[in-house]
Design a protein around this ligand. Sequence first.
Ligand code: NAP
Length: 252
Amino acid sequence: MAASRVLLLGGTGEARELAAALAADPDFHVVSSLAGRSAAPVLPDGEVRIGGFAGASGLAEWLREHAIDVLVDATHPFATRMSAAADRAARAAGIPLLFLRRPGWRAQHGDDWHLVSTMDEAAAALPGFGRRVFLSIGRQEVSAFAGLRDHEFVARCLEPPDEPRPSRLTVLLERGPFSRADELSLLREHRIQVLVTKNSGGTATSAKLHACRELGMPVLMVRRPPAPEGVPRARTVRQALDWLRDQPPRDP
Ligand code: NAP
């Protein structure tokens, strides 16, 4: 039987883990897709393509041209445009789609979380929480805070934040995972009063939440946007592999 051809929309640790498992399995041929945002991406095992598809119709065409049997969307939970396009494109191409989404974080006893729906909402709420702010939100949305001139920001991201930026900004170019001790010393060294983050989930960057809990520090937490409905979901790489192995072969 021919190997099942999988297009894996990536950009996350889970996507890399799944790509490694599929690349090592002769029943699958995996092509990972990256958006191309990072100048030096960590490349997954197996075949890799880089760059957008030009929307859902471009993706549907790509799926047909490359005879893809199954689409897996393992993008970040906040990559909503790509997920919406994946849903439309899989329907148009008539192939199954799986979402691989790590569970979101949940507030625990001792947490002081304040939930917001967007980064603009977080920026509007910030004046109530303190002037020294740690932004752990990636580089694309730091500009939501550019209008806050009385605040001092520390932003941690993989690459320099997009413009416009807040006038008082320290950028830390670092890649996780981070330990609780790392996070405590960062918060103390920069005399941070409030953390802004998105509910990404996972363990690679969750230590900051433990550190905030320990210090009694408020967290402005951006809720996860809803993912398209009616699409099968896996919460772990193991579940995704089981689902892929259960897919019936496509008609030739
Ligand atoms: P987005 O807003 O949902 O997507 C914007 C556009 O980028 C899409 O319409 C698509 O362009 C292209 N794109 C996104 N993911 C792609 C992929 N895996 N392969 C090919 N093209 C892709 O996404 P985003 O929030 O900018 O995230 C971009 C990438 O960074 C994603 O792969 C995501 O997994 C990763 N990432 C995002 C975050 C986050 O917080 N958003 C955090 C960590 C990693 P076309 O319309 O031209 O097809």
